[in-house]
Design a protein around this ligand. Structure first.
Ligand code: SF4
Length: 438
């Protein structure tokens, strides 16, 4: 049996300490161990405050784990992450995140080091028929701590310990995971991460959980849960259960368990801690509802949007294009002329979507779509946003061509647009930004 502790978050340090103790302790660690922490900093934005609830690992639990490691005499602690960057910045988004969350204080207090995966070296890992380039520093670790957030994911259903390891890949490998071949799709690739690394400790941060994740566009809840296990697949099985899903229904968890000749259900798990997981499990939807004709998200229809066809997200669009997709969607919702029907526009993205043949204009978002469909006879008027990832100026030009009137200073607007989602948490005391600041 595999131990998984589920503990109610009540107090800094004490709650995480209890969860680790209940899970069986830190295991084989000594004062000379070289420890790597992989948090989940999926995004960071340079020019705006954005809701971090359920999106990124709390500074609270990162500080707590560093203190616990320090108590064990561990001095060599490194935080490794590769935040998704769509353009080059003088300071990387990881550096900005570290400063923004005050994690640099842990450097002064405990000698915490930081590695930006994008700036490091990569080792080739062959996992069955999947070849990936993985941050090479992590292979020098004696002890890896995986610290995902308890959240759903529009493409993988849930994003927990296994999925969090994707942040250790180089950009080309990340893109390759979003394979167009549905026999070897994103789930198939993500499941291989369990063979790539076996973190000694998985800490799922469920202080805030996220519905319709995994970005700040999702809906966070205060869940006050911490899940800890010395076995990543077991932690993920319990995390999925708490998000309202039978773990065997999550393709990548099921595949990862099968590759280890294990069952994907909870029958090989011994639950520890002070939470009844069957009472605590709450369904978190992983994708937004669609309208009846499946032309657009239901929310668009409810807001009176007409003249747009926006197919549902599939697994082939990468995070880099997803960030543009959100700009595309918010551009429609915030367009100055959104009260009138748009001019019969379909927006295609990812690597497999095809034109309907019925729309007046087709916008192809990203290089993959341009290559796939630019010469399609099913397109009447083709507007392209090329690039991998696309560029802001091309996006603005395309929307102008299509008559979608973006807010003023559109490039500036795109850089701050995720701040828009802060509004839904304003005035709700359970959403406390101090969890993300040391
Ligand atoms: S164009 Fe977009 S979907 Fe295609 S590989 Fe690049 S980032 Fe991924």
């Amino acid at each position: 049996m595999y131990n998984v502790a589920v503990v109610k978050y009540e107090k800094p340090y004490e709650s995480l300490k209890l969860a680790i103790d209940e899970a069986g302790g830190l295991g084989k660690i000594s004062s000379s161990s070289k420890v790597f922490i992989k948090p989940n900093f999926v995004v960071w934005f340079k020019k705006t405050n954005f809701p971090k609830y359920g999106v990124i690992t709390t500074a609270r639990l990162i500080e707590d784990i560093v203190i616990i490691l320090n108590e064990h005499g561990v001095r060599d602690i490194t935080l490794a992450e590769g935040v998704a960057e769509t353009e080059k910045n003088s300071e990387s988004l990881l550096q900005l995140a570290v400063k923004g969350m005050g994690l640099d204080i842990l450097t002064k207090r405990y000698g915490l080091k930081t590695i930006d995966v994008h700036k490091g070296n990569f080792a080739k890992a062959t996992l069955g028929d999947v070849k990936l380039s993985v941050n090479s520093d992590i292979f020098e670790a004696d002890y890896i701590i995986d610290m995902p957030v308890m959240k759903t994911h529009s493409q993988c259903m849930v994003s927990l310990g296994i999925k969090n390891l994707k942040g250790l890949l180089n950009i080309d490998s990340r893109k390759r995971c979003h394979n167009r071949d549905q026999g070897k799709n994103l789930d198939y690739h993500v499941a291989q991460f369990a063979a790539m690394l076996s973190p000694e400790l998985t800490v799922i941060d469920g202080i805030y959980s996220l519905e319709c994740g995994s970005t700040p566009a999702g809906d966070a809840r205060r869940s006050d849960l911490i899940i800890v296990s010395n076995d990543m697949i077991s932690a993920d099985k319990v995390g999925a259960k708490l998000l309202g899903y039978a773990p065997e229904s999550i393709p990548h968890i099921s595949l990862a368990a099968k590759s280890k000749r294990r069952t994907a259900d909870l029958s090989d798990i011994s639950i520890k801690g002070n939470v009844d997981i069957y009472n605590a499990a709450k369904l978190h939807k992983y994708s937004r509802d669609r309208n009846k004709t499946d032309d657009m998200p239901l929310l668009f229809e409810e807001m009176g949007i007409k003249g747009i066809r926006l197919p549902a997200v599939d697994t082939t669009i990468c995070t880099y294009c997803v960030l543009y997709l959100y700009c595309a969607m918010l551009g429609i919702l915030m367009a100055k002329n959104r009260d009138k029907p748009f001019d019969d526009i379909e927006i295609l993205y990812g690597k497999i979507q095809k034109p309907s043949g019925k729309n007046k204009h087709t916008l192809l978002l990203g290089q993959c779509q341009v290559k796939l469909n630019e010469n399609s006879p099913m397109i009447n008027h083709c507007v392209k946003i090329d690039g991998c990832p696309p560029q802001k100026e091309d996006f603005v030009r395309a929307y102008t061509t299509l008559g979608i009137e973006l807010p003023d200073n559109p490039k500036e607007w795109m850089e701050t647009v995720f701040g828009f989602f802060m509004g839904k948490y304003t005035g709700k005391p359970e959403f406390d930004e101090t969890f993300y600041k040391i």
